[in-house]
Design a protein around this ligand. Structure first.
Ligand SMILES: Nc1nc2c(c(=O)[nH]1)N[C@H]1C(S)=C(S)[C@@H](COP(=O)(O)O)O[C@H]1N2
Ligand SMILES: [Mo]
Length: 421
């Protein structure tokens, strides 16, 4: 740590925060400057009345946060109807992604669905096919609340052949982590009565792309949810309002939005999204199919290219980690490109198949840093380096790039996406 800042007790009293006790404030302010009461007292917003209650019936962030928005990568945006926006991970904290900042990926535009007219059907190899209204869906017994990350399998897909995009929003922002409210898919399948021949289900969306994915029945009966709420309110239209499938720990593409149908069958359907897309070309020329699981991964969100270091002395490194296999057990951080590692502090709720937040309190004297983070989960899986990953996967892949990310932090505090080998 740098030299502790000496606090003049009288000046603290002048600030009007003496209630907390000057002595108790000293450690928390170790990274701050000596307060100047004159400046504090002149702040203009103490001079006039603020906006009245309910001026904004639906609250929005402060205008000073207007840069904190979803962003696109221009060369990835051939058409807005089949595109992706990215979560501003560098500007968020804690573990929950705010609804308005959750990245959006869709293949046929955002469906606008009247919930009164929406129907959810279970059909195929079942005793009795069933059709549910949204009201019926919400009357199902066994409602649950669960926090899960959703990561598009193409997250970090642009980085296979080397460092590309400057910012964790773009390299890692095809992920969000919210609390879902819904009912286990199993309850609907049991109600319809799955035939003993049933081995797979096909989930289908009601959007123009009619997104369809095959999911093993075992997973469907395990932890999949039929969800209508995220973070306590109705799903946002772009996230599948009024109903979406939640497929914990598995690739985002399977989380069918605007969910209208689940069909039971005895084999996978070989839809577009599980044949020509979402399969992985390997180094030896063969292709992997049905790579559903999202492996353990992490990224340092601060500092990062969009969030440079601004001050020497005490700083807080922050990041997120997640694993489709289970719970994040440990995150190690390196500041010298992977030579030395220290264990980060995982802070806050840490649920299986959800994002975990980590911190390292560190002191920066202006030296160059090569920041990396490495996640480990409770299955024993350790996040690989990009070189380790390429040995088996080659570099012609798009999906499932969970290699360790490196940010170079320069003496002026600016940061850049680099690779070390
Ligand atoms: N109906 C439907 N569901 C869909 C898609 C789609 O285009 N249509 N895109 C999928 C893909 S590729 C991903 S990564 C996730 C993205 O979810 P999000 O928009 O909530 O981030 O939704 C999946 N579900
Ligand atoms: Mo995706």
């Amino acid at each position: 740590m740098s030299e502790p800042v000496t606090l003049n007790r009288r000046r603290v009293l002048n600030l009007g925060i003496a209630g907390a006790g000057a002595a108790a404030l000293t450690p928390a302010l170790a990274a701050a400057q000596t307060p100047d009461p004159l400046i504090v007292e002149k702040q203009e917003w103490t001079q006039y009345l603020g906006e009245g209650v309910n001026a904004k019936p639906y609250g929005v962030p402060s205008k000073f946060e207007k840069e904190v928005v979803r962003r696109e990568v221009e060369w990835l945006t051939a058409s807005r109807q089949s595109s992706v926006s990215f979560t501003p991970l560098h500007a968020l904290d804690g573990i929950i992604t705010p609804n308005g900042l959750c990245f959006v990926r869709h293949h046929g535009g955002e469906a606008e669905i009247d919930p009164a007219k929406h129907r959810f059907m279970i059909n195929g190899m079942v005793d009795k096919p069933l059709v549910f209204t949204m009201e019926d869906v919400k009357r199902m017994p066994g409602r649950v609340n669960r926090v899960y990350f959703l990561e598009c399998a193409a997250n970090s897909g642009m980085e296979w052949r080397g460092a590309q995009l400057n910012g964790c929003q773009f390299t890692h922002g095809m992920i969000h982590n919210v609390v879902y409210t819904g009912v286990p898919l199993k309850a609907f399948l049991n109600e319809a009565g799955v035939s003993p021949k049933g081995k797979w289900v096909l989930a289908e969306g009601a959007d123009a792309s009619a997104m369809t994915r095959s999911i093993p029945l075992e997973k469907a009966m395990d932890d999949c949810l039929v969800a209508w709420a995220m973070n306590g309110e109705a799903l946002r239209p772009e996230q599948g309002y009024p109903l979406r499938l939640v497929v914990p720990g598995w690739e985002g593409n399977m989380w069918v939005k605007w969910l209208r149908r689940v069909e039971v069958g005895d084999q996978p359907w070989a839809q577009r999204e599980e044949t020509s897309k979402y399969t992985d070309l390997l180094a030896d020329g063969r292709s992997r199919q049905h790579t559903f699981l999202m492996d353990a991964k992490s990224v340092v969100t601060n500092p990062s290219p969009q969030a440079p270091l601004k001050s020497k002395g005490p700083n807080v490194l922050s990041g997120v980690a997640w694993s489709g296999r289970g719970t994040i057990k440990r995150v190690d951080v390196s500041m010298d490109g992977g030579r030395n590692w220290r264990t980060a502090r995982i802070e806050g709720p840490n649920f299986p198949r959800a994002m975990a937040r980590f911190y390292v309190d560190f002191d920066w004297n202006g030296q160059e840093l090569m920041l990396q983070s490495r996640a480990m989960d409770d299955s024993g899986y350790v996040q690989p380096t990009k070189d380790e990953l390429r040995k088996y996967r080659g570099s012609n892949s798009i999906y499932h790039n969970n290699g360790i990310q490196t940010w170079l932090v320069r003496p002026d505090g600016s940061a850049e996406n680099v690779e070390v080998s």
